[in-house]
Design a binder for this molecule. Sequence first.
Ligand code: NDP
Length: 317
Amino acid sequence: MNPITQLFAIRYPIVQAGMIWCSGWELASAVSNAGGLGLLGAGSMYPEVLKEQIQKCKSATKQPFGVNLPLLYPDIDQHIQTIIEEKVPIVFTSAGNPKTWTSILKNEGIKVVHVVSSAKFALKAQDSGCDAVVAEGFEAGGHNGREETTTMCLIPQVRQAIHLPLIAAGGIGTGKTMLAAMILGADGVQVGSRFVTTPESSAHQAFKEKIIHANEGDTLLTLKELTPVRLLKNKFFNDVMAAYEQDAGTDELQSLLGRGRAKRGMCEGDMEEGELEIGQISAYINEIKPAGDVVKEIVEEYTQLLKTTSLERLKIN
Ligand code: NDP
């Protein structure tokens, strides 16, 4: 049996990333109902909003779902309390030290998965008692590792370093890319960008439309002096590039970024001034498709490719 489907008691080892401003209860429940694992993105939710979202998700699915919790979230104690009170069975943590909260969550019977961008941090997550690790490569949208390790290089390295179940992320959104990640050593995948362009995602419609028209090279990892983030190019992105050309320091970049840019772009639909976090695979995405159909399509393509006829051309002797 697959270690990820076993760990979460789900049908397919496909996790929908808990993305800020995009992953609300409609998306998470749709993915869980389709046999994957849906995650609520708690990073952009005030404590009372997270509580409400969890309750709505529970009403919309009887299948397991989880919460993605960035450990740098300002009111993290309140989110942790809500998660425990609402008996959320699975938590994905990111952007922080997994030692701080893992044992507290695990003592409540919650499965804990930590998101990392290097083998070193994967070992740290394992030492902290996590149940699994998400290794996210350079291709991924939004906040990302400084080292720029691609999924292709990251997954085998993490696989070698740890014995925990491993979920690959970054550049994965099709059956073919899922199969590649599994061949590299992953037990399952986390998909973000493809689920942003579903009707169930809470991203603004203008953002969804911009993604489906994005081409190769339209996203870049930037603002490494602050928190590295992969953004879709727009006026704000160009302003950042212009600031670099004028040798802007960290303080100037921070003041250019300001506060709430991600909300302005992804939630409110300001395609010029907002921060538009999306992965490299956006170049491949060209339609808005229901989340359940995305899961089905990935599973079908993966299964088809596994059949020997499709792999015939890989034989080299
Ligand atoms: P900003 O500081 O620019 O803005 C904070 C945003 O989060 C605002 O839009 C605010 O909404 C909303 N928010 C939700 N809950 C709270 C709260 N308790 N206190 C303050 N603001 C809150 O942050 P970003 O938009 O860049 O990042 C948003 C979130 O994304 C971060 O709080 C963090 O949780 C997460 N993040 C995750 C990372 C990762 O996983 N690797 C890395 C970086 C950030 P409003 O405008 O309505 O007040």
